[in-house]
Design a protein around this ligand. Structure first.
Ligand code: SAM
Length: 442
């Protein structure tokens, strides 16, 4: 097959993984549930053998990541378009196509197991069509895929247009292609001095910035060396940068706004700050507390809306990791491309502005604020900062310098902000798309 990052994967023998994949895909694509929630809420997935669970997840992720290519290939094999009401037929064909075109599943296994999913009276009349399309894909699929523009087809128009305008079409293409790959697993060490020790124990690569990188698909991370000891936590290498931009915070009072599940809270606490972590979602605060307990790190946690909450006294620094569209994390959350859209951004930027105004009010004179989002959309990043600087002359940007991010210099913008792209550090497996800006209250 052409330019496939996925390895040959025959999948399990029975149709159970495919049936589970179908149920989850329908929840996401037909009912609009976030993929993480659909995965977590599925009663069969947790009971599957590790290998079958891995295959099910990969199958769903491949359909979502390669949706444009898959749909174009299916449409090519149809004499007339599917009816809008034939949603189950469409999803089953997508699952079959993902196996045939991208997962290297042997054709007879992919076709037979996919048809098995369609057993039962409801889809009985459509099995002939499914069989014909899947068999045609197994014959012509490789040539079809070779002709396709993967970057453009798999990127919805709203993202393509936004990325092309913000970064240029060549970079938009590189971003789109980088988002197709299964992401690596990055870890942040609790103690910088132990980075090499844990890199050796885990067989991990040390990235610029100090994150440890393992291949993706590790399964249960609690089985990895160091988890039980609380030596590290999972955090993309780009997500680890914003907290570092606060510099030496040992002994300082730092507020972490929008804190759960606590990757950045852990960084701040491990750096020796007195941390107050503010999070609106009670369930997520519990997760944050559990994470800190495992890591043996301390922070004061507050369940509150950060746009209204104020500390008893102004602090030295605030880290605001604002809620955002998360379009920088499509390789981990490929559902976002289809569940979010420009309307969401319009709503999110109002919250981001309110959070920024609240965060500035928490600072002592001379205090630092780092604003971060895991979004590639300029409206949620530099445009929010431009708007803040225009309405509040008491804050000024403190540009990030190359000496602060050795080996990651390409992530520093002309204005001195941090802007990572999924196509950065390609030789090591890319980065999540993050934006961060550092400001000081005069
Ligand atoms: C991007 S996530 C934060 C990730 C976290 N900083 C980390 O590093 O692990 C955004 C978080 O903001 C929370 N949130 C959204 N709006 C909020 C608000 N108005 N006040 C406090 N928390 C909020 C969400 O519940 C979510 O947990």
């Amino acid at each position: 097959m052409t330019e496939n990052p996925e390895s040959k994967n025959p999948g399990p023998k029975g149709a159970d993984a495919r049936k589970t994949a179908l149920a989850i895909l329908q929840q996401v694509m037909d009912e609009g549930h976030p993929l993480d929630e659909a995965l977590a809420g599925n009663p069969y997935l947790a009971k599957m053998a590790t290998r079958d669970r891995g295959f099910t997840r990969l199958l769903i992720a491949t359909v979502l990541r390669r949706l444009g290519q898959i749909d174009a290939a299916i449409d090519h094999c149809l004499d007339r378009p599917l009816k809008a009401k034939d949603t189950a037929l469409r999803q089953i064909l997508r699952l079959g196509a993902a196996q045939l075109l991208f997962l290297g599943t042997p054709p007879h296994a992919a076709v037979n197991a996919t048809l098995e999913v369609a057993r039962g009276p409801r889809l009985a009349g459509q099995r002939g069509l499914m069989n014909a399309v899947l068999r045609r894909l197994s014959r012509e699929g490789e040539a079809l895929v070779a002709e396709q523009d993967a970057a453009r087809l798999n990127t919805p128009d709203w993202l393509w247009e936004s990325w092309s305008a913000a970064y240029g079409e060549e970079t938009a293409r590189a971003i789109a292609l980088a988002q197709l790959a299964d992401p690596p697993l990055d870890l942040t060490n609790k103690t910088e001095a132990e980075t090499r020790t844990w890199a050796i124990a885990l067989g991990a690569e040390i990235l610029p910035g100090g994150s440890l990188r393992l291949a993706g698909g590790q399964g249960d991370i609690a089985r990895l060396a160091g988890y039980g000891e609380g030596a590290w936590w999972v955090q993309d290498a780009a997500a680890a940068v914003p907290a570092r931009l606060l510099g030496d915070i040992a002994g300082k009072d730092v507020i972490d706004l929008c804190a759960a599940p606590g990757g950045k809270t852990a960084q701040l606490a491990a750096a020796g700050a007195r941390v107050t972590a503010v999070e609106r979602a009670r369930g997520r605060i519990q997760r944050l507390d559990e994470n800190l307990r495992r890591l043996d790190l301390a922070a004061t946690t507050v369940c509150a809306d950060a746009t209204r909450w104020q500390p008893a006294a102004a602090v030295d620094a605030v880290l605001l990791d604002a809620p955002c569209s998360a379009t920088g994390t499509l390789r981990r959350h490929p559902d976002i491309a289809y569940l979010k859209g420009p309307d969401h951004i319009t709503t999110l930027i109002k919250t981001q502005d309110r959070l920024l105004d609240a965060a500035v009010k928490m600072l002592k004179p001379g205090g630092l604020l780092v604003y971060a989002v895991c979004s590639l959309q300029p409206e949620e990043g530099p445009e929010r900062i431009a708007a803040l600087l225009a309405r509040n002359q008491d804050v000024a940007r403190i540009p990030v310098t190359a000496s602060e991010l050795p080996g990651m210099e390409q992530t520093i913008t002309a204005a001195g902000d941090f802007r990572s792209l999924p196509c950065h550090l390609p030789e090591t497996g890319g980065l999540d798309g993050f934006y961060a800006c550092r400001l000081r209250l005069r």
